[in-house]
Every structure is written in structure tokens, then in C-alpha cells.
Design a protein around this ligand. Sequence first.
Ligand code: SAH
Length: 340
Amino acid sequence: MSSYLFSLTFSEMEKLVPGFPRYRYAQLFDWIYKKRIFDLNRMTNISGDFRNILKEKTIFDYPAIEEEKNTSDNTTKFLFKLHDGNFIEAVIIDSVKRKTFCLSSQVGCPIQCRFCASGMYGLTRNLDPGEITGQFLLLSRFLKKLPDNVVFMGIGEPLLNFKNLMDSLNIICSEEYINFSQRRITISTSGIPDGIRKLAELDRQYNLAISLHATDDITRARLIPDNASFPIKEIVEASMEYFKKTGRLITIEYTLIKEINDSLSQARELAGIAKKLRAKINLIPYNAVKGREFTRPEDRICFSFYKKLKDLGAHVTFRLEKGSNINAACGQLRANKISE
Ligand code: SAH
């Protein structure tokens, strides 16, 4: 059982701190999840004996905000320090229409995509469910309301921290706790067929985004190390199963990298895969990372790639490159902190 108070469900709480009437636990959860007050001393209706035993048996520690950076485009980036001194990142993306939280699932990343900052130092450890829920709660407290959407596109590979992610999402999405809609959550994966199938079996309404970045296995191998990369065919098949089982449309993420995956013939192939999967394509022009040799194609190349997809009838969006001027893209704030 986790030590973080944010990770505990009703029944776990009853086991850990037994002997109180159920409404006592409900009051506690109301302070945390509805009022977003995390300080026991400010929970005015919590009795002294309940308070003392809670202090003794649970850890109220939650990710602490170490750094906060704003940009002119209304993106706020947070560097969180965890109880063991590790760092993770989360972002609030504030567009006119909606507020999106981008959360981390692991400290570091085992996949180590060659173009990405998050995996530069490999995987340190999985996040505890409370550390995932904690990011959600602290950002909600900062925003003074719940977000419109949540995407797991921060540090880590969410499907390789499956159990903890699901435990956290159960707290975030169930009525008893935060009651946030499953349909407003997107899990982004580097493409792990077994993980995608496991998620499909749960039959939830989460959105699935797959980071394809290539239309053939040879090109993909230049971006994702062999030991972490699966054949595109298998990824597409598993994603198809997810779509069939849940009815949720799949998003294909495609980071456009100069002279690697930006040709018009690759656009054509991509349109074909998307059509087969009935997926939407999210194009992300590469955001340069210190220490990585890849570069972003010129704007006109990105645009012709986009136009080709459009002309072929694909449903495609350009991800506006938010946060690049504050090192906000994927693990860069943490990488800077580690290399200080
Ligand atoms: N492990 C998950 C979540 C990672 S971040 C996954 O792979 O999907 C979300 C997306 O941002 C992924 O598609 C990832 O490949 C992409 N990404 C990472 N670093 C990037 C960079 N520097 N520029 C553009 N996209 C990047």
C-alpha cells in the first residue's frame, strides 16, 4: 500500500486507519479532492484523534513545486520535487478554448527515444499513484478549478507504469473522489502492443495516442532503440483492437524531423495508416533538444507534409509548439536541472 495519502482509496483508508465511521473518511476525501485543501490543520471538521492517527499512519507529502515558468503564450511549466529528491515536470497549456494538463508518469523514461530529452538518463523509477494524482491536484489548485483535458505526454512511458497509472486514474475519474471524465484523458504511448491490449481489456473511455513518428520499421529504428521498439504492424493492430473495443478514436502522433521522416512519400504512407485506423494525425514539428543531433524541418517542409495529408483526406492537426522557449517540451526542464 502506498504511503501517499493521495493514493488511498476508501477501503485502503479504512484498513490503514480503522475504527472511524465512514463519514469521517468521506469528510477527509472531500477536503482533499473537492476543496483541494491538503493541510490537515486547515480541515476544520476533522477531529483531533482522527487527525493524529492520520498524521502517524499516512504521508501527507506531495510533489512540491520547485520551479514555475510562464510564457507569453499562456503555458505554465512546473518542475516538481518529489519526496526522494527526484524531479518531474507537468505543464498547464492554456488555450482560449480549454485548459490542458500535461502530466508525467515516470521519473525518467526507459524507452529512450533518440530525439527526446526525457529518456536521456534512462528510467529512475515509476511514479507512485499518489504522485500522479498529486500533479493533477496541485495543478488544479493552481488553476483554481479542474482542467478540461489531461494528457500523459510529460516524462515517462505511461503504459510501462500501468498499475500505478490505473490506480491514479481510478481516483481521478471515479465519482467518490474527483469525478473527472475518462473521455477527457489521453494516454500517449511510444507504442507498446501488450500495454495497448491490456488497456483495451479494461474497456475504459480513455483516449489513446500512439507515437508512431515513422511509417516503416527501418526509419522508426533510427528514432527508437531496438529493445524498446515494436513493429509498426503490431502497434497498428493493437491500436485497432483498442478502437474496436472502446470506440475511442486513436490519435497518431508524428514528430516531424528533418530528413528523417518529412518526405511526401512518407506523408502518403502515413495517410494510409491513419485511414486504416480511422485515426487523427497530430503533427509535431521537432523541438530541438540540447545534446540531440536531430533538427526540425523548415516551415515550408512541415507545411507541405501537412498539406499532403490534408489533400489525401486525412484528419490532421498541427500541434502548436507551446513552451519551447521555456524548455517546456518533454523533459527539458528536468534535464537542465540534472545537468546543473
Ligand atoms: N512516452 C510517451 C509520452 C511521451 S511525450 C510517448 O512516447 O508517447 C509525448 C510526445 O512528444 C511523444 O509523441 C514524443 O515522441 C514527443 N516528443 C518528445 N520529445 C519531443 C521533441 N523534442 N519535439 C517534439 N516532440 C517530442
